[in-house]
Write a protein that binds this ligand. Sequence first.
Ligand SMILES: [Zn+2]
Length: 88
Amino acid sequence: MKKATTKTSSPLRIYCDIFGHKYEMTKKVTSHVKEYTCKCCKRQLTTNGNGKLTELTPKYQEINAILEDIYTRRMMRLKSKTLSSSIY
Ligand SMILES: [Zn+2]
């Protein structure tokens, strides 16, 4: 694995500016919120509250972490509910 050097003036960045970013889904936070990373320049995007794509800032990373936590908890609760209802 090569270490990615982060330079603002990298040729990949210029490529992206001309041809557009090649976003790939890297993380599913909830069923509506996802995180994307550009395969070329590693720029990260996320879905915001309006369902639009926005730059993944540390603030959004924080929000997504909370959202993910709530989402997984809810999913787990739903699962345990179905389990307990089958017991009783
Ligand atoms: Zn890019």
